[in-house]
Design a protein around this ligand. Structure first.
Ligand code: ADP
Ligand code: ZN
Length: 628
């Protein structure tokens, strides 16, 4: 039986309703908020989009004194401070991006105890005397956002984060709450130890992101595959990740030529250009950013409706981080990965070169690190090529027990569970042919060679090896090399085939592979997907405009008009559009069509301040907007 979730004090519930316009809490938010109200240390691990900010923002409204939030990025701080100010909460940030008079004004407000929340960078917190200044001004709680930055094991280690621990040690009476979306146990332990958390309340949610739909496809024609995804999301925000800068440039150009509002982003562009493109995306002047993984940290546009990986990411953690930038507002979003075994070798070459170019004195460490990177990479390929529920695979990778295990129809939000992959007829025979061909090739050749033998290729290389004479030569004649490779990838993912780690990776059979070959073990394989058709049908059925089922009743035309209005207001106020209202709120407005200020106030995400400021203009648009 499920445990009832704990309640929060009525005064807090009322403050949340009035300020943020929410009448219910998401899972585990109550636990985190109660810990904050009780002044306890806490470590809160909740997936992206699960609503961490509210957990520390809301209690700060009630508690005496100032809540100081440490955050690694100015853009994140600015969004939160602006968002709170928009909801009528006295909040500010103090960063290097402000000029001296602005900073002075904020410090005055701190000294006068006029603020409830203050956002600062770790560098600022560590400045001589500043912490003391905060203590004197009534700081009553310290929140560490993106707390995984404190850990070497995390993906964005920040040395300044480490030094926060020392401040904490000299003020054990100050409650500290750490928030992160990164759930690995090593990172969690690091955070608790470095911050000297005492008798901490530990709140850990599922890392699963139920609103994301995952689709993995072997890469054929990158451009048309990417375009197919973009066409499923007209005028919606998306990110396309490429491996190399030159891929970014050419794809961005091709997409623009096809009429997509797209811009490139990578570390090779001048800083001003990068900033300009990032701003255009945040301000909704472009829909799509084509980028290397340099893009994303600090992009708090919460209405990203799709993320495409045009090649295999470096590891599962990275994949989850990068794809996780989709759907932060909790509405449905799509994550598509295009992969090929060639990406594995591309990465491997890069990593190997990187390791060789390092300091020779460090050779032993570099070689150990290289092995670890390669292991992560091959895990990633296994994930991509396999036909296991994507949600389940990710959850289990992060150490969770997947409740849906083996129960059809599964998660309902990945290509596997949605039945979009075409099962291969005679999978058993196909697998047997492939496995026996690997054996005939004496388990000394790689996937490309084995695929050539199977499709009956007539090449110099095969003749030289005498492999045109093998009994398995041409056993899969009539199938494209791409398709045979796809099956081989799946057999690797299912661990029936293994790959050696040497310079020329070769295939060999595992114990289970031998059993499959002998027909003693069942096997399921999938053929190359017929691209985009089924995906399109399902996406449009579920959501005309990226709306999740709960708001699918929304009038798509009205939703678009409200988006346009939001864009206009955002420009006037010089804030990002989602700070006006997020998509979920717009969708609910479009679905419920409030007619009076009182009805408007009932919409999720409408607090007192916004009801007063924005009610009239939105009500006008909803009730009289058509045809004007
Ligand atoms: P995180 O920091 O965990 O990634 P956010 O704090 O940015 O997530 O929250 C994601 C979205 O969910 C935001 O748009 C936020 O306003 C919304 N949200 C948070 N809590 C609630 C709630 N209790 N009810 C409705 N929406 C919520
Ligand atoms: Zn699934």
């Amino acid at each position: 039986m499920q445990r009832a979730s704990p309640t929060i004090p009525p005064a807090l519930a009322e403050a949340i309703r009035r300020t943020f316009g929410y009448t219910s809490l998401r899972p585990l938010q109550a636990e985190a908020m109660n810990a904050a109200l009780e002044g306890r240390d806490a470590l809160v691990v909740l997936a992206t989009g699960a609503g961490k900010s509210l957990c520390y923002q809301a209690p700060a409204l009630l508690r005496d004194g100032l809540t100081v939030v440490v955050s690694p990025l100015i853009s994140l701080m600015k969004d939160q401070a602006d968002g709170l100010a928009g909801n009528g909460v006295p909040a500010a940030m103090l960063t290097s991006a402000q000029d001296a008079p602005e900073r002075r004004a904020v410090r005055e407000r701190i000294a006068r105890r006029q603020l409830r929340l203050l956002f600062v960078s770790p560098e600022r917190l560590l400045l001589d005397g500043f912490f003391q200044e905060l203590m004197v001004s009534g700081m009553s709680s310290l929140v560490i956002d993106e707390a995984h930055c404190i850990s070497h094991w995390g993906h964005d280690f920040r040395p300044e984060y480490r030094q926060i621990g020392a401040l904490r040690r000299s003020h054990p009476e100050l409650p500290v709450q750490a928030y992160t979306a990164t759930a690995t146990p090593a990172v969690r332990e690091d955070i608790a130890r470095e911050l000297c958390l005492q008798a901490a309340v530990i709140v850990v949610g599922s890392s699963d992101r139920p609103n994301l739909t995952y689709r993995f496809q072997p890469r054929g024609d990158t451009f048309s595959q990417v375009l197919a995804v973009i066409r499923r999301h007209p005028e919606q925000a998306g990110i396309v990740y490429c491996l190399r800068r030159k891929d970014v440039e050419s794809l961005a150009k091709d997409l623009a030529a096809a009429g997509v509002r797209a811009l490139p982003y990578h570390a090779g562009l001048a800083p001003e250009v990068r900033e300009k493109h990032q701003d255009a995306f945040v301000q909704e002047r472009v829909d799509v950013i084509v980028a290397t993984v340099a893009f994303g940290m600090g992009i708090d546009r919460s209405d990203v409706r799709f993320v495409v990986h045009a090649s295999l990411p470096k590891g599962i953690e990275q994949y989850s981080q990068e794809s996780g930038r989709a759907g932060r507002d909790g509405l449905s979003a799509e994550c598509v990965m295009l992969y090929s075994a060639a990406d594995y070798h591309g990465w491997k070459a890069l990593m190997t070169r990187g390791a060789e170019e390092g300091d020779p004195a460090d050779a032993a460490r570099a070689s150990a690190e290289l092995d670890a990177s390669l292991a992560r990479l091959s895990q990633m390929l296994t994930f991509a090529g396999g036909a296991v529920c994507r949600h389940r695979f990710l959850a289990e990778h992060f150490g969770e027990v997947w409740p849906n295990r083996g129960v059809p129809p599964g998660c309902g939000a990945c290509d596997v569970c949605l039945g979009e992959l075409a099962p291969t007829q005679d999978a058993k025979v196909v697998a047997q042919k492939i496995l026996s061909c690997v054996v005939r090739c004496e388990q000394r050749y790689g996937a490309a060679h084995v695929a050539d033998v199977l499709r009956g290729a007539d090449t110099e290389r095969l003749r030289r090896a005498g492999h045109d004479q093998l009994s398995t030569h041409g056993l899969l004649r009539g199938h494209e090399a791409r398709e045979i490779r796809h099956w081989i990838d799946q057999l690797v993912a299912l661990e029936h085939l293994r790959v050696t780690n040497g310079e020329y990776p070769t295939l060999f059979l595992s114990k289970s592979g031998v059993e499959v070959m002998r027909g003693e073990r069942p096997v399921e394989l999938f053929s190359l997907p017929k691209l985009s058709k089924s995906a399109r049908a399902r996406t449009t059925a579920a959501s005309a405009a990226g709306l999740s089922p709960e708001v699918a009743g929304a009038d798509a035309e009205l939703f678009e008009r409200l988006r346009a209005l939001r864009r206009r207001l955002a420009q006037e106020k010089a804030v990002p559009p989602y700070l006006i209202f997020n998509d979920r709120t717009l969708a609910e407005l479009a679905a419920r069509r409030p007619a009076t200020p009182a009805e408007f106030r009932q919409i999720k995400g409408v607090g007192d301040r916004k009801a007063e400021e924005l009610g009239a203009v939105f009500l006008t648009e909803i009730n009289y907007g058509r045809g004007t």
